[in-house]
Design a protein around this ligand. Structure first.
Ligand code: KE4
Length: 431
């Protein structure tokens, strides 16, 4: 059990001036119990907390750190920009062209792209654009999927909203909520029904092609293809929210793995390399409706700032040039197989879902394909498992409804340690 004296002191102090003591709810450990751990330093695959405890990090800043934190090339590039360029100008800079062209090179469905500062900004902007482009009001999302905290998305949302048992949020107006329809993930008939009930008035369907906010649930390929075909037939803008799975499950994201092109893609996390960056992009015909060449307004003071783009560009170049994906697949498969062996040895038949280096161990024996099956998981057992893994020096997401991210800098020794810890933690969770 790590000593958390200083974390406890800081948390008490934080709660006086920060809601819940945190700047994002899922960090608060509410669903797993205990106090949030205050980190003091990140290096590679490890984080060290303010009490000096070190952890192997499977959260990776909630996805950005596919290359681990403080990657030497990224740190060096940031130092260069910080000392020789600047942090922000509020003017166009050349780096904006470089990252736009690199994103278009890596993700062929992207013909034009606009940089923003978070995944939420990206998804909010993409939905507004789809509504402006089609002249329609309704959007369809999927129960359990999370697209950030924009009003339109906080209806049966995943991630922290689901973790806290508040998938709908006060403050979202009835009008907004009425324009958001929820379908069932991996169930094309539920989508067809909503489309037929709202014929000609659905602007967009937004989906995480690999859902990572209800735990991890990959879309069934036939379902995703049927969704693509339905959107084409109905003139609905298909938005792949690849904020989490983008550049994670493949260099070109889920759309590369599935071979299915959306009309718009939203991005974040990895494209900022740990600094605040988001983006939305896609078909030129749609993107040309964005101000100032188009009439759909979207803006941002710090959009495209040199410091954030430096981290994002360096990250994307390393991913493109060094191709860590085969090794990421091997490492994540090693963990999945090791966990499977442990479950078999302990006579447990819990479910594991994985795509590439994003995975989830659900404390349920049901096959998890959507929100309804995901919520059969035993979140109490997950909480005990989480703390038992923490005791073994393994830092997982403090919520069952998140992903476990393997990073390229994790060694075989790290992975073996994780499998060993999993065995002990499963025993604790079952006790
Ligand atoms: P941000 O606004 O938090 O940068 O991105 C929102 C977002 C949009 N789309 C997807 C698929 C996402 O996963 C996210 C954010 N993910 C959560 C973790 N599940 C962020 C962690 C948090 O809320 O603190």
């Amino acid at each position: 059990m790590p000593t958390l004296t200083r974390s406890a002191e800081l948390f008490e102090q934080a709660k006086k001036t920060i809601p819940g003591g945190v700047n994002s709810p899922v960090r608060a450990f509410k669903s797993v119990g205990g106090i949030p751990i205050y980190m003091a330093k990140g290096q590679g695959a490890y984080m060290t907390d303010v009490d000096g405890n070190t952890y192997l990090d499977y959260v990776g800043s909630w996805g950005p750190f596919i290359l681990g934190s403080m990657h030497p090339r990224i740190t060096a590039a940031l130092e260069e920009t910080l000392t020789k360029v600047g942090t922000s100008f509020g003017t166009p800079i050349e780096m904006e062209i470089e990252i736009a062209e690199l994103l278009a090179e890596i993700v062929p469905s992207i013909e034009m792209v606009r940089m923003v500062n978070s995944g939420t900004e990206a998804t909010m902007s993409a939905v507004r654009l789809a509504r402006g482009y089609t002249g329609r009001d309704k959007i369809i999302k999927f129960e359990g999927c999370y697209h950030g905290h924009g009003d339109s998305f906080l209806i049966k949302a995943g991630s922290g909203a689901l973790t806290l048992g508040a998938p709908d949020s006060p403050g979202v107006t009835k009008g907004t909520a009425n324009d958001t329809l929820n379908a069932k993930y991996n169930d094309i008939d539920s989508v067809r029904l909503l489309v037929s009930e709202n014929k000609g008035n659905v602007a967009a369907i937004i989906i995480e092609p690999v859902a990572g906010n209800t735990g991890v649930i990959p879309a069934n390929p036939a379902f995703l293809q049927a969704l693509r075909d339905l959107c084409t037939e109905e003139g609905i803008v298909l938005i792949f929210d690849e904020v989490m799975c983008g550049f994670r499950v493949a260099l070109g994201g889920a759309q590369e793995r599935y071979g299915i092109s959306p009309d718009l893609t939203t991005m974040g996390k990895i494209i900022g390399g740990g600094l605040p960056v988001g983006a939305f992009g896609g078909k030129r015909e749609i993107m040309e409706r964005v101000a100032p060449i188009g009439d759909v307004y979207q803006a941002g003071t710090l959009s495209g700032n040199p410091l954030a783009l430096t981290a994002g560009l360096e990250t994307l170049k390393i991913l493109r040039d060094e191709n860590p994906y085969p090794e990421l697949e091997r490492k994540a498969a090693f963990l999945e197989e090791g966990f499977r062996d442990n479950l078999n040895k302990l006579g447990l038949n819990y479910t594991q879902n994985r795509m590439g280096s994003m995975a989830c161990l659900f404390f349920t024996d049901q096959t998890v394909t959507d929100y309804d099956t995901a919520i059969t998981t035993d979140t109490q057992k997950y909480g005990k498992y989480f703390h038992a893994m923490l005791d073994e020096g393994i830092y997982l997401a403090p919520s069952q409804f998140e992903a476990m991210f393997t990073s390229a800098v994790m060694t075989d020794e790290d992975l073996e340690k994780t499998v060993k810890a999993n065995y002990a933690a499963l025993q604790t969770a079952e006790a």
